[in-house]
Ligand binder design. Structure first.
Ligand code: GDD
Ligand code: MG
Length: 370
C-alpha cells in the first residue's frame, strides 16, 4: 500500500536583498533570473517530483510584484503567501505560518536565494530514521566565514551551529539553507517578533534536541550578491550545449544573425541580421535585439529592447530596459530595471545605473548613476 505523505514547504522570500541593490529595489530575489529561469523556478524544481501539497512564500518587501508575476498556482503546486508587515527574520516567518504548517508531520523550509539540487527522498529518509527534530542540508566550502557553520559528530549530528563565526572553526561544512523540520519545532520559535533561526533556534536545538545534517554533493550557490549571481549564471550557461545555442520556443533569429554558444535564448526573443550574440550569454523572455548588435558575456533580463549596432560586453541588463542604437556599455556594469538609454550613449566599465533612470549623456566614470 502506498503511504500517503503530506508535504508542505515555506520559502523565505523576504528581506531587502541589500547586496543585490539597486536591482533588488524593483525586483524580489525570487524573480532574479539565473541562466534564464527565475530563482523561484529553480527552487520549485526541487518540489516538482515530490507531491508537495502547498508552497508558502513568506514575503514582505515587494510582495505585490511577486504576487502579480507568480499568482496562486504553478503547474500542480498551490502557491500561498504569508505577508509580514515588518520583516520577521528567518525564524519569525515560520512561526507566523504555524497554523498552515502544523497539520503535517514534517515541513520543508528553503532560503529563497539558494540554487542547488536535492534528493528530497533521501533527506526525508535520513531525517525520519534519525528521529531528528530538524535536518539541515549541508554544503562544503573552503571559506565558511560568511555562512552558518556546523560541527558534526560521526553520525552527522550537529554538535554546534555558529552563524557567521568570528573565530576560526575547523569545520568547512555550512548550512546550505534548506531544512526539514518536524512540526514540534514550532514550540521553540517565539511569536510576534523577529527571530533568527540560525542565531537563536539552531543553537538551542543542537543542545537540547536532535539536530542533524544532510550532506549535499551537487553544485550549490547562494545568489545573494552580484559576484555569486554572476558566477551561478556563467557556470550554468557554460554547462549547456557547446556546439549549438539553447533555444526556447518562438525564438525569431534572422538568417544572418550569428549565435555563438554557449548561449541561452528564452521564449519570444528576436535577434536582427548581422548581430553577433554570445558566447557566455543569456537573453530572457520577450527581449528584442536589432541588427548589427554585438552582445557577449552578458545577462539580459526579460522584455529588454536593444537597438542597432550596440555593443554590450560582460554586463547585467535588468528587465524592461530600453537601449537605443549605437550604445556602448563596458564590462561589469549593472543596468537596473526600466532604465532608458538614448542612442549613441557610451557607458564606461563598472557603472551601476539605478532603476527608471533616463540616460541622455555618456557616463565616463565607474560608480552609481542615480
Ligand atoms: N520572509 C522573510 N522575512 N524572509 C527573510 C527575512 C525576513 O525578515 N530576512 C531574510 N529572509 C530570507 C532571505 O530572502 C533569504 O532567502 C533567506 O531568508 C536567508 O537570508 P540571507 O540574508 O540571504 O542570509 P545569508 O545568506 O546571510 O545567510 C543564510 O544563508 C546561508 C546560506 O546561503 C543563513 O541561513 C546561513 O546560515 C546560511 O549558511
Ligand atoms: Mg543568502
Amino acid at each position: 500500500m502506498l503511504e500517503e505523505i503530506k508535504i508542505k514547504a515555506l520559502i523565505l522570500a523576504g528581506g531587502y536583498g541589500t547586496r543585490l541593490r539597486p536591482l533588488s529595489c524593483t525586483r524580489p530575489k525570487l524573480l532574479f533570473p539565473v541562466a534564464g529561469k527565475t530563482m523561484l523556478e529553480w527552487i520549485l524544481n526541487i518540489f516538482y517530483r515530490e507531491d508537495f501539497d502547498e508552497v508558502i512564500l513568506a514575503v514582505n518587501h515587494l510582495a505585490d510584484i511577486l504576487k502579480k508575476r507568480v499568482g496562486n498556482k504553478i503547474d500542480n503546486i498551490n502557491i500561498n503567501y504569508s505577508l509580514e508587515p515588518e520583516p520577521l527574520g528567518t525564524g519569525g516567518p515560520i512561526k507566523k505560518a504555524e497554523d498552515r504548517l502544523k497539520d503535517v508531520d514534517n515541513f520543508l523550509i528553503a532560503n529563497g536565494d539558494i540554487l542547488t539540487t536535492l534528493n528530497f527522498k533521501r533527506m526525508l529518509e535520513s531525517h525520519t530514521k534519525k528521529e531528528a527534530i530538524a535536518t539541515v542540508a549541508l554544503h562544503e566550502v573552503s571559506d565558511p566565514s560568511r555562512y552558518g557553520v556546523v560541527e558534526l559528530d560521526k553520525e552527522i549530528r550537529i554538535k554546534k551551529f555558529v552563524e557567521k563565526p568570528k573565530e576560526k572553526l575547523t569545520s568547512k561544512w555550512i548550512n546550505a539553507g534548506i531544512y526539514l523540520m518536524r512540526a514540534d519545532v514550532l514550540k521553540y520559535i517565539p511569536s510576534n517578533r523577529k527571530v533568527s533561526l540560525e542565531k537563536e533556534i539552531f543553537p538551542i536545538l543542537s543542545e537540547k534536541e536532535k539536530l542533524y545534517g544532510f550532506k549535499l554533493d551537487g553544485p550549490w550557490y547562494d545568489v545573494g550578491n552580484f559576484d555569486t549571481f554572476r558566477k551561478a549564471n556563467y557556470d550554468i550557461i557554460k554547462r549547456g550545449p557547446k556546439q549549438k545555442p539553447l533555444l526556447y520556443k518562438n525564438a525569431n533569429i534572422e538568417d544572418r544573425a550569428k549565435l555563438k554558444p554557449p548561449i541561452i535564448i528564452r521564449e519570444n526573443v528576436k535577434i536582427g541580421n548581422f548581430s553577433i550574440i554570445g558566447p557566455n550569454s543569456v537573453i530572457c523572455q520577450n527581449s528584442q535585439i536589432g541588427n548589427k548588435t554585438v552582445i557577449k558575456d552578458s545577462i539580459i533580463f526579460e522584455n529588454v529592447t536593444i537597438g542597432e549596432s550596440a555593443l554590450i560586453e560582460g554586463t547585467i541588463i535588468g528587465g524592461n530596459v530600453e537601449i537605443g542604437d549605437s550604445v556602448k556599455i563596458g564590462r561589469n556594469c549593472i543596468i537596473s530595471d526600466y532604465v532608458n538609454i538614448r542612442d549613441n550613449i557610451k557607458i564606461s566599465k563598472g557603472v551601476i545605473v539605478h532603476p527608471y533612470k533616463e540616460l541622455e549623456n555618456d557616463v565616463k566614470n565607474s560608480g552609481h548613476v542615480l
